[in-house]
Design a protein. Sequence first.
Length: 416
Amino acid sequence: MSTFSFFTIALVIVAASADIDLGTCSKFALKAATRIAFNGVQTLINTGDIGVSPGNGLSGSFKVADGAILNTKESESCDNDLSKAFKQAMDMTCDAANNFPELAGRTLSPGVYCSGSSMKISAKTVTLDGKGDKDAQWVFQVATALTTATSTSFILKNGAQAKNVFWALGTAAEIAHSSSFVGNILAQTQVSFGSGSELVGRALAFTAIVFESGSDTRLPPKEDNTKETAVQRVKEEADFNNIGECTGFAVNAGTAVNFNGDVTKISGNVGVSPGEIIQGNFEFTNAMFNTQRNTKVAGSCAETTRALFNKAQNLPCQANHTIQGNDLAGRSFTPGVYCSATGKLTFSAATITLDARGDPNAKFIFRTETSLTTATATSFKLINGAKSSNVFWAIGTAATLGYSSNFVGTIIAGEA
């Protein structure tokens, strides 16, 4: 059954004294001394090289999209440059007022921040505010380990760039699953990434790097084109609010609409075009709604549906928004365009959270080449201004929603 559901629908800061020089390490997305392990579902290294030296442990499922595997002299040269960069970061002066063992929910201006023990991001989002300076630098000095909570994320604003963020860690980094992390991680021991995590930056470890499952990494962009990209993306995503003649439809299909089983209650018109079949057990929640069999309005909605589908499929998937492993269950998503690395999307269980971060106009666009399938009782949690009318699903073939599911958004499916 085609189910196109349409909805009308102040700190004292001591600035870093000099840029930290990564030397030959700058070309690496991942560099470890003993091993790099990619466990579970394939991890995608979008840009940058990976290397292990003096060890040679490289295992698991991964793909290097734009880079190389370097276990040669270039990888060995990075060992020396990493030691120098780590010392440079740790030698910078950190004022006592910037001693922050916990970063959750903070907005940080450029400068040096430190902790005499561990540092945590236990919840929420960390905001880095460049104050209009695209060369602004953040250095985090941590005596022992850095740990994050599930779904930790960063907001970079006013010129802040991931390439200018450095984490100098006395021991390890543990990035929890579904987190979106930024910056250059320089760890004396191991860097670990939970499943579905994302990194815009580099992980450079004096021992090992371990991925739990299905992560995504990329080098930070060399130039700050965030503003221009964001403006274009906002313009493209705004077009999804223009659904034309589909505004009054809850369901519109090309060939037939079938309501099987128990009564389905519909809040909106039900249309089909160029077909004419609408059958089964359904009732409208209001007398103002009706059926549209091969009418001009239903036909116009069908044209709008095709246009929206093509637009969604052509929107570029944003950095770090490639969904690895195809399962969205239990994840939290911020606004943007998401795509599936496997060509399909599934919800195996639990609740999916959409976090608009205070923007009531924020769009969530999910696209996949083939199917969308949900488990029984799949549900959504919309927080911080997220609205169902701003959620769109462009499905290449069919969408199958599990029994008792509470689904949100506009589903645009190529078949059923």
